[in-house]
Design a protein around this ligand. Structure first.
Ligand code: CFM
Length: 471
């Protein structure tokens, strides 16, 4: 029975198509969980909306750009301040968010005037900012505000500004995945090729799908600097708006998050012939493999090997210290999608950890193909999970640690199971060699945290201590 109907799903039997338990000798083509499909009525999904995929995941990372959200204030609030993507210029992108604050009369009479006013106000208030991304949301898309026309007027009135519009309201797709797609394609069609970057090295690449979560981009950038490779654009960790307009000039597109940003690499290949190279940026084996692939592409293999050797010398002993203490630990990964296939083999090979359950909010079937190929037998693979399923699976597999977000993390804490933030990290960065040691440290501290044993103790069963005695 490789597809599983959990007990909690007895009233929504359609969920069986979304949960797979890998058995020996399964042919994965027979048992791929259904993915990227609408959430089933009756199951409370954890997914984000399409607007969120565009704004929170990709556009909002840019460090010099006004993020104008044309919608009710909640759309801005709920995509602000919740993700840890720092920048080297004071974290403007984490501090600020802009909204047109649509109210009922605006919905009745139209919001274009309000939008135009808000755009001017934003540029007036922060005159050093000259770039803007404008997003529509469910209500402003439904009433048909012509945001492109407004943008055109504002750009005519302010010749020194550049504005990119993302028309991807929340309801536009089944999950945040749709927002990734819309932003990728819009950007390559409208903005790439509108600026010529300064070329400073014969080796140039774009690094696609790294969002500088707690400094991932800063960490990997040390490697590219050591190799003498110019990164024209990071899509979009610590990036400026204009960096991304020059992506057409790179000789190579290196893709980390294929789910959120594989699209732009494909389009750059089609339009400009730039080759696409996919790598995994977490884990020792994978990072080394990625550096090798990139170095081979540019014909600088020796430099690549020297970099790997010096990083191994520095970090491998530390990794091994944790490996000795983590070997055999059981881990669950409950994140968006790609980190399932990025991590399952990495933690197994580098740390001896067994991944026993994985769930993806918005991965596509392609992501499940990748993760099932890399994952272990006896592991659960769940698409678009609900909370009751989490609890039932926890009961079945009893993981030692769960990599997930704070919302689910706080829930599992009540079951006295430690969690590590699998989205924004606990104490990252987690990418690269040094980063994977950080991940190992956070996992170690979670698994061996003595507080969980204390928390498991039922204090009602311990002898009563008189208050007077205690003090
Ligand atoms: Fe790519 Fe990401 Fe992920 Fe993602 Fe995300 Fe994320 Fe994620 Mo949270 S871009 S798909 S939409 S690696 S925010 S930085 S951790 S769900 S697995």
């Amino acid at each position: 029975m490789p597809m599983v109907l959990l007990r909690c799903d007895k009233d929504i039997p359609e969920r069986e198509k979304h949960i797979y338990l890998k058995a020996p000798d399964d042919d994965p083509k027979d048992f791929l969980p259904l993915a990227n499909s609408p959430t089933i009525p009756g199951t409370l999904s954890e997914r984000g909306c399409a607007f969120c995929g565009a704004k929170l995941v990709i556009g909002g990372v840019l460090k010099d750009t006004i993020q104008m959200i044309h919608g009710p204030i909640g759309c801005a609030y709920d995509t602000w301040h919740t993700k840890r993507y720092p920048s080297d210029n004071g974290n403007l992108q984490i501090k600020y968010v802009w909204s047109t604050d649509m109210k009922e009369p605006d919905i009745v009479f139209g919001g274009e005037k309000k939008l135009e006013k808000a755009m001017h106000e934003a540029f007036d208030e922060m005159p050093h900012l000259k770039r803007m991304i404008l997003y529509t949301t469910c209500p402003t898309a439904l009433i048909g505000d012509d945001v492109k026309a407004v943008t055109k007027r504002v750009m005519e009135a302010r010749p020194d500004v550049d504005i990119f519009t993302v028309e991807c309201p929340g309801f536009a797709g089944v999950s945040q995945s749709k927002g990734h797609h819309v932003l990728n394609i819009g950007w390559v069609n409208e903005k790439v090729g509108t600026i010529e970057p300064e070329i400073t090295s014969e080796y140039t690449m774009n690094f696609i799908g790294d969002y500088n979560i707690q400094g991932d981009t800063f960490l990997l950038q040390q490697y590219w600097d050591a190799l003498g490779i110019q990164v024209i654009a990071h899509f979009t960790g610590n990036a400026n708006y204009d960096d991304l307009r020059g992506m057409h000039r790179a000789k190579l597109n290196v893709v980390n998050c294929a789910r959120s940003a594989g699209y732009i690499a494909n389009e750059l290949k089609r339009k400009y012939g730039t080759p696409r190279l996919d790598i995994d940026s977490w884990g020792f084996n994978y990072t080394a493999e990625g550096i090798r692939k990139i170095s081979t592409f540019f014909g600088i293999e020796e430099k690549g090997e020297a970099l790997i050797a010096s990083e191994y010398a520095k970090w491998k002993p530390k990794l091994d210290w944790y490996k000795a203490r983590l070997k055999g630990a059981k881990m669950a990964i409950w994140t968006g999608g790609p980190r399932l296939w990025h991590w399952t083999k990495a933690v197994e090979d580098d740390l001896g950890v067994e991944v026993v359950a994985m769930s993806s909010k918005f991965g596509h079937e392609e992501d499940f193909e990748k993760v099932i190929a890399r994952g272990r037998e006896g592991t659960y693979y769940v698409n678009d999970p609900n909370e009751l399923e989490f609890f039932e699976i926890i009961n079945a597999i009893k993981p030692d640690v769960i990599f997930t977000g704070p919302r689910v993390g706080e829930l599992v804490k009540k079951l006295h199971i430690p969690y590590v933030n699998g989205h924004g990290y606990h104490n990252g960065p987690y990418m690269g060699f040094e980063g994977f040691v950080n991940l190992a440290r956070d996992m170690h501290n979670a698994v061996h945290n003595p507080l969980f044993n204390l928390a498991r103790t039922d204090v009602r069963a311990t002898p009563v201590v008189e208050l007077k005695e205690a003090v």
